[in-house]
Design a protein around this ligand. Structure first.
Ligand SMILES: [Zn+2]
Length: 251
């Protein structure tokens, strides 16, 4: 019964706010991971993107304007990670705040001596535990130009990670997944990459991944969707864990 009501609601929303064909084609053209999907997965993604735009509030700030094509593009990127999980995995938050460019979060932090610092580093994106996702639109548009990068997927991965507490690179795993295998694969890969970094080798993944386990999961997720062949070649165990978690096989 519950499913029937839910399906009816979904059909009603999709019928009331369909994504027009030209906007959909344009978004697909600009989203490499979505272009790689088969026709049936693309149709599912279109429904998810429609529901995402209905449920979430996209809030451009600092003079930024987002037209319908921009909104569809953002939604399609955001829904890639939950294509096989469902939009419920994005429950518990409402807003996507979009700055025109990289931004400085208005946030203070206190050091060990109790001194408060204004953090002044520039951010391309940020995800708060129960709060909004914040994005730089310039970085969203840049994503496809830098192989393996996708700031929307990165922040959405943090959101999935935070479903079971702090962002720590350990999202809620599915029942058949092995928690110990996940930890071992990610920590072994992390250790190997750290070693390669110390030896001055070129890393097969953005070095930002080595900031902490949460960033490792988010950066590996970007690469899983944007440049899966490289991830599978260099970090095959990580690739396989992400296949199980996202229930997708980008290759
Ligand atoms: Zn991050």
């Amino acid at each position: 019964m519950f499913n029937r009501i839910r399906n009816w609601r979904v059909r009603r929303i999709v019928a009331a706010h369909p994504i027009a064909e030209p906007l959909w084609r344009d978004a697909l053209r600009r989203c490499a991971p979505a272009r790689r999907l088969g026709a049936s997965d693309q149709a599912t993604l279109r429904v998810l993107a429609t529901l995402f735009l209905d449920r979430k509030s996209l809030e451009p700030v600092k003079g930024l304007q987002l037209d319908d094509a921009d909104r569809v593009l953002l939604a399609i990127h955001a829904c890639m990670p939950i294509l096989k999980l469902g939009l419920d995995w994005y429950d518990g938050w409402h807003s996507v705040i979009v700055y025109p460019n990289a931004f400085i979060p208005r946030r203070q932090r206190m050091d060990a001596a109790g001194v408060v610092h204004q953090d002044d580093s520039m951010f391309a994106g940020e995800a708060w535990g129960r709060g909004p996702v914040i994005l730089s639109w310039a970085d969203v548009l840049d994503g496809g130009k830098r192989p393996g990068h996708n700031v929307v997927i990165h922040e959405m991965a943090h959101k999935l990670d935070m479903l079971n507490g702090d962002a720590n690179g350990f999202p809620p795993l599915h029942r058949r997944m092995d928690r110990r295998a996940w930890s071992k694969v990610f920590s072994d890969a992390w250790g190997r990459l750290r070693e390669e970094q110390r030896n001055g080798a070129d890393l097969p993944i953005d070095a930002y991944a080595l900031e902490n386990p949460a960033e490792f999961f988010a950066v590996a997720s970007e690469q899983f969707f944007e440049a899966p062949a490289g991830l599978r070649e260099h970090l095959p165990d990580v690739y396989r864990q992400l296949e199980q978690f996202y229930r997708q096989h980008p290759l």
